[in-house]
Design a protein around this ligand. Sequence first.
Ligand code: BMA
Length: 332
Amino acid sequence: MAIKIIGNSLPNIPWQDKPKGYREPVWRYSNNPIIGRNAIQRSNSVFNSAVIPIEGKYAGVFRCDSKSISMDIFAGFSDDGINWTINETPIQFEGANEEILKREYRYDPRVCFIEDRYYITWCNGYHGPTIGIAYTFDFKKFIQIENAFLPYNRNGVLFPRKINGKYAMLSRPSDTGHTPFGDIFYSQSPDMEYWGHHRFVMGTIKGDESAWQSTKIGPGPIPIETSEGWLIIYHGVINTCNGFVYRMGCALTDLNEPWKVLLRSKDYILGPQELYECVGDVPNVTFPCASLFDADTGRIAIYYGCADTVTSIAFTTVEELVNHMKANPLSE
Ligand code: BMA
């Protein structure tokens, strides 16, 4: 039986058919980038951002670095998922604890709908990077709760439902700088506050079997539930004589024990090749933070930051990604 997405239908998902004769599993929107660096008055760059369907339209949380090169996250809204209006002022979090509300910096948000609300996770400065968590019902009022982990950690990505009775999150323990290592772990929580029962999911690939993911990897969009497992899109990094290069890969993991990897891409699914992915404030970065999907058709739209400067989308289907992993499997 063909693999199926388990989830909602989204008939108005941003979409273009795969160009005739195109041989790659993921294809870019013809009008990329969809969000430019000057989308709001004070932005230097808008990238690594997250979107989600809400009431027939779309909302999102956007990383806008300012012209003083500070990093913060901003709410935005769209009718079609392509044309966005982003608030001119960053999200003002409310919450029970003043210590947690202190702002150092905020970047690389993800948005996940669980049960009755939208959770935001992001890389939150608290004496070094860690994972901040907040929730909203309407993208107007945001309640910040406790940081998930001790520093240092980045790329906190929630699963869209409890698994075995616990909230679940992927993350990538790191250091204070431009981390030269990084593997993906799975953590569990009974209450969205205390996280534990940590499990190793997958790490870098040594040797030259899959060198694009040899330096570090980190989870990207919210995992997509399918009939055959969790579909995880992630970034993989290689260190070259010209610095880090960020590409995208995917994996399929067990539905009940999501730290068990069933399939994983040996060949990347998308990497910096277009000018807007190769040229910008940080060259050669394609960094996925969100996807939209339609369970009826299996269509997926991936939102990704380009060269730490602008935001783009690319299209694929669940079948394309699984065929890609099966056609060229990793040996390990
Ligand atoms: C990572 C994060 C990302 C960024 C990437 C490339 O460490 O800071 O936000 O896109 O580096 O600069």
